[in-house]
Design a protein around this ligand. Structure first.
Ligand code: ZN
Ligand code: ZN
Length: 409
């Protein structure tokens, strides 16, 4: 099927299912040059659906890299407060966010790691008050991807550029179900399936989850009134939306103080334009007390130094190994795709939807209940066919949840 027809269906899916846009909504689109054709289709459909205002936040890889290589040190010392104010004003004016992600997994490889770490810290602190709009679902938000040459080359090394980009688009359309006759119906059915697993886990009331596999022996406590989520969620205004397209995970809230043991990542991680690979963490009382990486150790070290919450978990997510993304057999080197092919955790901030009553309590009260807080939220993959995941109740009874990559429930 030709690219234009699929882009049209993709735009439709993002407007109707991803963000569920309607009369009274406004829309902010984050994009780069590669997303422009899709963004134009989305804008037309969004206006047709009744959206009042569309704002574009444009980023360019080449200009970003130039800044890291050439700009003066002072440029990385402060973050313009008015940018945060403007973005917050948009949220307060009913703007919802679509991130059309076209990543170059190692864009910043030639840049000075100290400079990247410095900017992460400055930008992370400055944007912290914006994070709550998405982490607490105050607005509707959706992350989706578009193919670009650098990402295609990372996913399919050695393939001629045009073929690689085409192959990446084909896989995006397949894993987002855009290639199906009726993608909207396919997403409704998929949502039902995710909700069935979510409902089972919510009913089971596990106290902790155990992971066992090569290099991994980890016990992760869950917060007491945890909620498993999966598929569609709801904004503060009660609007249904999908935060990620694609999404295959059911996820919940680990207790930031009750994680013990060692886990080995099963896939490399592209972290802000740099690659980290062959890495593991050891946790004690919820905190990372030891780690190592075959590639990119300094990048991980800088990440863990961001704040106290960066050394603790904020998300636990279960994904079957036979998901459509996993079945492609492709290592996408893009977290949106790789995290939906594999069980994963996130270091850093937790989602308030995963803890009963979190939205009504203060940050301090939530933290006492085990909800992690941080300026970061970084997902990394731990699942594979060799990793067995077992839910354990407070009375010690065990239920195998995932084995040989398959759901056992
Ligand atoms: Zn996740
Ligand atoms: Zn996450």
């Amino acid at each position: 099927m030709d690219l234009n027809k699929n882009l049209e269906k993709y735009a439709d899916l993002l407007v109707r299912i991803g963000l569920n846009l309607h009369e009274g909504d406004n829309l902010t689109i984050r994009l780069s040059e590669y997303a422009l054709p899709l963004a134009r289709l989305i804008a037309r459909k969004a206006y047709q659906a009744g959206v009042g205002d569309i704002q574009l936040v444009f980023n360019d890889d080449a200009i970003t890299l130039s800044r890291f290589l050439e700009a003066r040190d002072e440029s990385f010392e402060t973050y313009p407060e008015y940018q945060v104010d403007f973005a917050e004003k948009l949220f307060l004016d009913n703007h919802h966010v679509l991130n059309l992600h076209a990543p170059n997994p190692d864009l910043l490889k030639p840049a000075d790691p100290a400079r990247i770490a410095q900017w992460q810290k400055v930008a992370g602190m400055a944007n912290k008050r914006l994070m709550k709009y998405t982490m607490q679902n105050k607005v509707k938000w959706c992350v989706a991807a578009v193919a670009c040459p650098a990402w295609a080359d990372a996913a399919f090394p050695g393939m001629p550029e045009q073929d690689a980009v085409q192959k990446l688009w084909d896989n995006i359309f397949m894993t987002t179900r855009v290639d199906q006759a009726d993608p909207i119906a396919a997403w409704e059915a998929h949502d039902q399936q995710l909700k069935a697993h979510r409902n089972f886990l919510n009913k089971a009331r596990f106290d902790r989850v155990h992971y066992k596999g090569p290099g991994t022996d980890l016990m992760v406590g869950l917060v007491k009134d945890h909620i498993w989520e999966g598929g569609s969620g709801f904004s503060a205004a009660g609007d249904r939306f999908f935060a990620n397209i694609p999404t295959e995970e059911v996820f919940s809230m680990p207790d930031a103080d009750r994680v013990e043991g060692t886990l080995r990542a099963t896939m490399p991680l592209s972290l802000r334009g740099q690659i980290v690979d062959d890495f593991h963490f050891t946790f004690k009382d919820g905190k990372v007390v030891d780690f190592d990486a075959g590639v990119g150790k300094q990048i991980l070290a800088d990440l863990l130094k961001m704040d106290e919450g960066a050394t603790r978990l904020g998300e636990i997510a279960l994904v079957a190994d036979n998901s459509p993304i996993s079945n492609t057999g492709i290592l996408f080197k893009n977290t949106l795709f790789d995290e939906n092919a594999s069980c994963h955790f996130a270091l850093g901030a937790a989602y308030s939807e995963n803890l009963e009553g979190a939205a009504e309590r203060s940050e301090e009260e939530n933290r006492k209940l085990g909800m992690n807080d941080s300026v970061i939220h970084v997902d990394f993959m731990v699942g594979s066919k060799e990793v067995t995941v077992t839910g354990i109740k407070a009375d010690g009874s065990e239920t195998v949840l995932l084995k040989d990559g398959e759901w056992m429930i």
